[in-house]
Design a protein around this ligand. Structure first.
Ligand code: UD1
Ligand code: CA
Length: 474
C-alpha cells in the first residue's frame, strides 16, 4: 500500500464568481464542482480526504461524503496557509500528500493517477502537473533552469515580463513528501502583491534546496488545466464535461442526433440503440432502457426510470416516475411521482396533478391502459389495467378507475352504454338489466356487419367521386 493522503483546497471565497453560493458548490452537469475533486482523490486510492473549508463551510460540509475530513482555515491567507490548516488532520507526516484544488474539475482520473505514479516511481520530493497553454494568463508559470530542471513557480502577480511569456503553467495538483512540504511552508513568507502564503512558493523553496528532486507530469489534454474562477470559465467547463458525457454514451451504442443541443448530466445510464433527439435534458440518476426514443424537447428529471422500447416525445416532462416497457408517451405531457406500466398509451396533453399545494401524491397507471388526449389525473389516483379515459376527462383524487372500464367527463364517470331504449327510456328496472348495460359499455365498440358493409361501399366509392369531380373541373 502506498502511503498517500490527500488535501482538497476549497476555502477560497471565489469572489470572481459574484455569487452567494460558494464557488465549489456551483453545479456542473448535475454535480457540485467539489464532487469532481473528491472523485479524483478517491480514484487515486485515498480513503479519507482532508477538505479545507472556509468561505461557505456550513453549506459545503453537508455535501461532503461521510469519509471526508473537513477542516477549517480560519483566515484565507493563501493556498500554502490552507495546507497548513490541514496539518493536524494529517496526523502522521510520513509518506506523501496529494494536493487537489476544488476548482479544477476537468482533470481526468488517469491524469491524476499518472501524477501519483510518477511521484512514487521516481522517488521525487515533489511532483507537479503542468500544461502548455496558448494563453497562460492567470496561472502560475513554471520556471526551469538552463538544464531544464524545475527551478520554481512564479505567480502571475509577481512575474516579470519574461516570466509572463512562459507558456508552461502550474495546473495546481501536486504530490509532495509530506514532511518536506510542511517544513517548506514554515519558511515561506507572504507574497509581495497579495500578502498570501502561496503553496507554489513552498515548491520554489524545495526546488532551491540541495538534494531535492522536483518531477513534472503533463496533462493529457490542455482543456484539463482549466481552473474555474468566473462564470465564463464555469460555462466553458460545463461544455467540456457535457461533451465527454455524450461521447461516453455514443461509445456505448446510444444515438445522439445532435450533441450540441443534448444536455445529459453525469450519472445517467442509457441502453444501446436508444435514440436521443435534439433539445433533450436528462438529469443525474435517470436510467433509460434499450431501444427507446427520447425527445425532441423532452425533459427527464431526477428519479426517472424508463424501461425498454418506450417512446418519450416532444414537450414531455417526467420527474420521480417509473415508465414501463413499450409505453407511448409522445406529446405534451407531465408526469410526477407516477408509475406507468407496460404498454400504456398516453394521449397528447395528459398530465398528473401530483401536488396539492402541500404534499405530492402518487399516480399509478396499470398495464395496457389507454389515456385519452388531455386527461388530467389528480393524485393520489389509480387507473386500472386496460382501462380507458375519454378525451378531456378529469379523474379526481381517490376515484380509482377499475380495470378495463371506460371513464369520461369532468369529473370522470364510468361510461354506460346508451341503447336507444335506455338513453331516453326509464332507468333499467332490474339489477340484471343494469349489469347488461355496464357490460355493453365495457365491450369494445365494433361496427355491425351491416355498417361495415356500408363503410366498405363508401370507401370504394370515394375515389370514383373524386375522379368525377376532377373531370368536372376540367
Ligand atoms: C492557483 C495557483 C496557480 C495555478 C492555479 C491553477 C497558488 C498560489 N496559485 O492560482 O499557480 O496556476 O491555481 O488553477 O496556489 N484556497 C483556499 N484557501 C485560500 C486560498 C485558496 O483553500 O486561502 C483554495 C481555493 O478555494 C481554490 C484553490 O485553493 O480551490 C486555488 O485558489 P485560487 O485563489 O483560485 O488560486 P489561483 O489564483 O487560481
Ligand atoms: Ca483558481
Amino acid at each position: 500500500m502506498r502511503n498517500l493522503q490527500a488535501i482538497i483546497l476549497a476555502a477560497g471565497e471565489g469572489t470572481r464568481m459574484k455569487s452567494e453560493l460558494p464557488k465549489v458548490l456551483h453545479p456542473i452537469c448535475g454535480r457540485p464542482m467539489i464532487a469532481y475533486a473528491l472523485d479524483l482523490a478517491a480514484s487515486s486510492g485515498v480513503n479519507h480526504p482532508i477538505v479545507v473549508l472556509g468561505h461557505g463551510a456550513d453549506a459545503i460540509k453537508p455535501r461532503l461524503p461521510k469519509d471526508a475530513k473537513p477542516v477549517i482555515q480560519s483566515q484565507r491567507l493563501g493556498t500554502g496557509d490552507a495546507v497548513l490548516a490541514a496539518k493536524k488532520a494529517l496526523g502522521s507526516a510520513s509518506g506523501a500528500v496529494l494536493i487537489l484544488y476544488a476548482d479544477t474539475p476537468l482533470l481526468r482520473r488517469t491524469t491524476v493517477q499518472k501524477l501519483v505514479e510518477t511521484h512514487f516511481k521516481t522517488g521525487a520530493t515533489c511532483t507537479l502537473l503542468t500544461a502548455h497553454l496558448a494563453d497562460p494568463s492567470g496561472y502560475g508559470r513554471i520556471i526551469r533552469n538552463e538544464t531544464g530542471q524545475v527551478a520554481g513557480i512564479v505567480e502571475e502577480a509577481e512575474a516579470n515580463a519574461a516570466e509572463r511569456a512562459i507558456r508552461e503553467i502550474n495546473v495546481g495538483p501536486l504530490v509532495c513528501n509530506t514532511q518536506a512540504l510542511l517544513d517548506a511552508l514554515t519558511v515561506v513568507k507572504p507574497s509581495a502583491s497579495k500578502k498570501e502564503i502561496y503553496l507554489t512558493n513552498a515548491v520554489s523553496h524545495l526546488a532551491r534546496q540541495e538534494g531535492t528532486k522536483i518531477q513534472v507530469t503533463r496533462v493529457e489534454e490542455v482543456s484539463e488545466a482549466l481552473g474555474i474562477n468566473s462564470r465564463a470559465e464555469l460555462a466553458r467547463a460545463t461544455g467540456v464535461i457535457r461533451q465527454r458525457i455524450v461521447d461516453a454514451h455514443l461509445h456505448n451504442g446510444v444515438t445522439i442526433e445532435d450533441p450540441h443541443t443534448t444536455f445529459i448530466d453525469q450519472g445517467v445510464s442509457i441502453g444501446a440503440d436508444t435514440v436521443v433527439h435534439p433539445y433533450t435534458v436528462i438529469e443525474t440518476g435517470v436510467s433509460i432502457g434499450k431501444r427507446c426514443s427520447i425527445g425532441p424537447f423532452a425533459r427527464l428529471r431526477s428519479g426517472v426510470t424508463v424501461a425498454e422500447e418506450t417512446r418519450i416525445g416532444n414537450f414531455v416532462e417526467l420527474v420521480r416516475t417509473k415508465v414501463g416497457p413499450r409505453v407511448r408517451l409522445n406529446h405534451v405531457s407531465y408526469f410526477g411521482d407516477a408509475v406507468i406500466e407496460e404498454g400504456v398509451n398516453v394521449g397528447a396533453g395528459t398530465i398528473t396533478a401530483n401536488y396539492d399545494g402541500k404534499d405530492k401524491h402518487p399516480t399509478h397507471v396499470g398495464k395496457g391502459a389507454f389515456l385519452g388526449v388531455d386527461t388530467v389525473l389528480i393524485a393520489p389516483v389509480k387507473i386500472g389495467q386496460g382501462a380507458t379515459t375519454g378525451a378531456g376527462s378529469v379523474v379526481p383524487k381517490g376515484h380509482d378507475v377499475p380495470p378495463r372500464s371506460v371513464v369520461v367527463g369532468v369529473p370522470a364517470r364510468p361510461l354506460v352504454a346508451r341503447t336507444s331504449a335506455s338513453a331516453d327510456g326509464p332507468p333499467a328496472a332490474s339489477k340484471k338489466a343494469r349489469m347488461a348495460r355496464v357490460k355493453a359499455a365495457r365491450r369494445p365498440v365494433r361496427p355491425s356487419h351491416a355498417k361495415k358493409k356500408a363503410m366498405k361501399k363508401q370507401a370504394v366509392k370515394r375515389p370514383a367521386a373524386r375522379r368525377t369531380m376532377a373531370r368536372a373541373r376540367r
